[in-house]
Ligand binder design. Sequence first.
Ligand code: ZN
Length: 109
Amino acid sequence: MFFKAKDIDLKCTHCSEITAYQKASIVCPHCGGTILQAEYDLEELVHSHWKDQLSTRYPSLWRYHELLPLFDLNHIVTLGEGWTPLIHAQRFGKLIGLDHLYIKDERQN
Ligand SMILES: [Zn+2]
């Protein structure tokens, strides 16, 4: 199963107005607020076998497509983003007293 964009609601962080996600909605229709937080019905996702499917998918950002505002999986455009490495920062970790400090190297996106 996968969530289609129509299943995603957007909640305005300014006035809490909730509207269904639509391609053209970039502002709150109630107050004009520009920060809209996506809200998903995660219960349905949790009860599907979504977590089991993740490990079999291509290692990219799009493996989490259920949580992205997509209208059609056939229209994904990608440059291979995502799946950036975790680098063990041993010397910096020692400096601040952490034995297992890792830094996510997002520069590669
Ligand atoms: Zn609003």
